[in-house]
Design a protein around this ligand. Structure first.
Ligand SMILES: O=C([O-])CC(=O)C(=O)O
Ligand SMILES: [Mg+2]
Length: 624
């Protein structure tokens, strides 16, 4: 799939399983670089003809549970290892629903799903992708935050790669231990800023695992092409360091030059192992490092920072959609950001680009955006060290202020965006002021998980006479005000990164320009229906997120070819169809290999010649 002709990564070489691309000898295979290999059908390194019967059940990629037909059971040598009943995948999905709903605690639901993932990969992804509204809050934000906090307790089996600082000098060797040879997308964290929960060290692994599960469930990227990674450089979280259940390196974080060299080595090892165009998504790094690494690597690697660029894109999509309610254009908006970290600066920078595209001069665009960090409003009178990096653009020539309520009354923003990880700072008083100053105040409480949101959806509606245009990073239940029910949208980067990822890896894009995130924002905003706005949401329902991802991927694909960033040629004419042809198949595929040799011949086949009963009474098609 994608830019490589063979999924097992063995084009022109002997594949790991020892069979050749032509079914002939290794030497002959090496001379037939484009020959189709059985692995192209299976799509990963697993070579079914080399797998023992029982491993068809034990391997989550091969396992179909009771959906193995009688022919398959007999042929694969697993007949008798399962009860008599045959089930379709649809029947199994119904069982999954019953099973997950038996649990009331979200963390228990998470554990059930994690176990399903370990048992039957295709069933897990189909279940997730067809029940996004119910299951995304479990596999992803907010429950994944809890799973990270309890990681030492719930850890069972590896779903990703742990590269520790002790592996420095040998990162490539560690990467070689990951069994999949054709990884196309990596999500990496160092665990320093997990959601709004702070430094969780190696327990942050839940985040890349959850993000990449959405790559598959929401954008159809094949699971074996995704690799979650934690780079474990220690943690400064004292509670974790003292926790006997902590599973990471028990030391303070490595910082400075050593840390930078370690990340440099990691980036090089990715390229050495999986090639130059491997997508590397940075996730939940500390603020300072997130910006530095984005600036450092964005033009030399295929990389983006989800917390800066993904979050920016989803927020700007919400701003585009909000214009349809307020009837204003961007030049009429005044923005105030609570927080000046990755998300806030990312959103502000992309908002400036969106305004410029709408014809607002760049200076005026910057002037329209105010920002507050832990020390108060960003003003020019601040000490230089306190205004570093991207913050400087947003510093204003006005008197310093530190109280958020006072700042809101003075600046009178039309849009208030929270990306502060400071729960509840949008007090009733602040929300009331927003409502007093605006007919339709725009308030985004983007911090995650739910416990870190700047205000709840209910408070936002309640203290603004239900005039607020609201969205949040974590899901909130519907809010009833009078006889009207509001369904607040979830302004989460999950709307963005799967589609961007799909477009980027299919096109073999070298570097990811900000323009792709602006395109993604526009595609998402275009998807918002009047009925969504009517429901109180700036985003389409989560159930349509797979279609959104495809639209984003098409937009990104066009951009990749227009800008000369793609490396997959020839350029496809019908880009949507081309992308669709490369998607993961959530349905079971046949486990029957193309050709068989004795003794694995299915005895059912010989009996097939007899027009009566097959091997006793059962016949899988009849029972199904
Ligand atoms: O994971 C999420 O839900 C969104 C995100 O990137 C973050 O909050 O860091
Ligand atoms: Mg994040």
């Amino acid at each position: 799939m994608f830019s490589r002709p063979s999924l097992c990564g063995t084009v022109g070489k002997l594949c790991r399983c020892g069979t050749s691309a032509t079914g002939k000898t290794a030497v002959a295979a090496a001379t037939v670089p484009t020959a189709r290999h059985y692995h192209e059908v299976v799509g990963d390194i697993i070579c079914p003809s080399q797998v023992r019967g029982i491993d068809h059940i034990r391997d989550p990629r091969l396992n179909k549970g009771l959906a193995f037909t009688l022919e398959e059971r007999q042929t694969l040598g697993i007949h008798g290892l399962q009860p008599a009943r045959f089930k379709t995948q649809e029947e199994q999905l119904q069982l999954c629903k019953i099973a997950v709903n038996r649990y009331t605690e979200p963390l228990n639901k998470y554990l059930y799903l994690s176990d399903l993932y370990d048992r039957n990969e295709r069933l897990f992804f189909r279940f997730l992708s067809e029940n996004i509204e119910d299951l995304m809050p479990i596999v992803y934000t907010p429950t994944v935050g809890l799973a990270c906090q309890r990681f030492g307790l719930i850890y069972r089996r590896p779903h990703g790669l742990f590269i520790t600082y002790n592996d420095r000098g040998h990162i490539f060797d560690v990467m070689k231990n990951w069994p999949e040879p054709n990884v196309r997308a990596i999500c990496v964290t160092d665990g320093e800023r997990i959601l709004g929960l702070g430094d969780l060290g190696a327990c942050g692994m839940g985040i890349p695992v959850g993000k990449l599960a959405l790559y598959t469930a929401l954008a159809g990227i094949k699971p074996h092409q995704c690799l979650p990674i934690v780079v474990d450089v220690g943690t400064n979280n004292i509670d974790l360091l003292e926790d006997p259940l902590y599973v990471g390196l028990r030391q303070k974080r490595v910082v400075g030059r050593e840390y930078d060299e370690f990340i440099d080595e990691f980036m090089e090892a990715v390229v050495q192992r999986y090639g130059q165009n491997t997508l590397i998504q940075f996730e939940d790094f500390g603020n300072h490092n997130a910006f530095r690494f984005l600036d450092k690597y964005r033009n030399t690697y295929c990389t983006f920072n989800d917390d800066i660029q993904g979050t920016a894109s989803v927020a700007v999509a919400g701003l585009y959609a909000s214009k349809r309610i307020t009837g204003k254009s961007f030049k009429d908006y005044t923005f105030l950001f609570a927080g000046a970290g990755e998300a806030a600066i990312g959103i502000a920078d992309l908002t400036v680009k969106a305004m410029v595209q709408d014809g607002v001069p760049i200076e005026e665009a910057y002037n329209r955006i105010y920002m507050v960090d832990i020390d108060g409003l960003l003003t020019k009178s601040r000490k230089v060290g306190n205004l570093d990096g991207h913050k400087i653009h947003y510093a204003k020539d006005i008197n310093p202020m530190s109280d958020l309520a006072e700042i809101v009354s003075t600046i009178k923003p039309s849009v208030l965006i929270g990306a502060s990880a400071a729960a509840g700072i949008f007090t009733p008083e602040i929300l009331r002021t927003m409502a007093d100053n605006n007919e339709r105040p725009v308030v985004f409480a983007l911090s995650n998980p739910t416990s870190k949101a700047e205000c709840t959806a209910e408070d936002a509606y309640k203290h603004t006479d239900a005039r607020v245009i609201f969205s949040s990073g974590s899901p909130f239940p519907p809010v009833q005000i009078g006889d009207k029910t509001f369904y607040p949208g979830q302004g989460n980067n999950a709307y963005i990164f799967p589609g961007v990822g799909l477009g980027v890896i299919c096109t073999g894009t070298h570097h990811i320009p900000d323009e792709m995130f602006l395109i993604a924002a526009q595609e998402l905003a275009n998807f918002v229906e009047p009925s969504d706005i009517e429901r109180g949401s700036l985003y389409p329902p989560l159930s349509s997120i797979r279609n959104v991802s495809m639209n984003i991927a098409v937009g990104v694909t066009k951009c990749a070819y227009d800008r000369g960033l793609a490396s997959t040629y020839p350029e496809p004419q019908d880009k949507r169809k081309w992308l669709e042809n490369q998607l993961y198949n959530f349905n079971y595929e046949s486990s029957m290999p193309a050709s068989w040799v004795w003794p694995r011949m299915p005895y059912i086949k010989t009996r097939d010649l007899v027009p009566t009963k097959l091997y006793g009474k059962q016949k899988s098609e009849e029972v199904m």
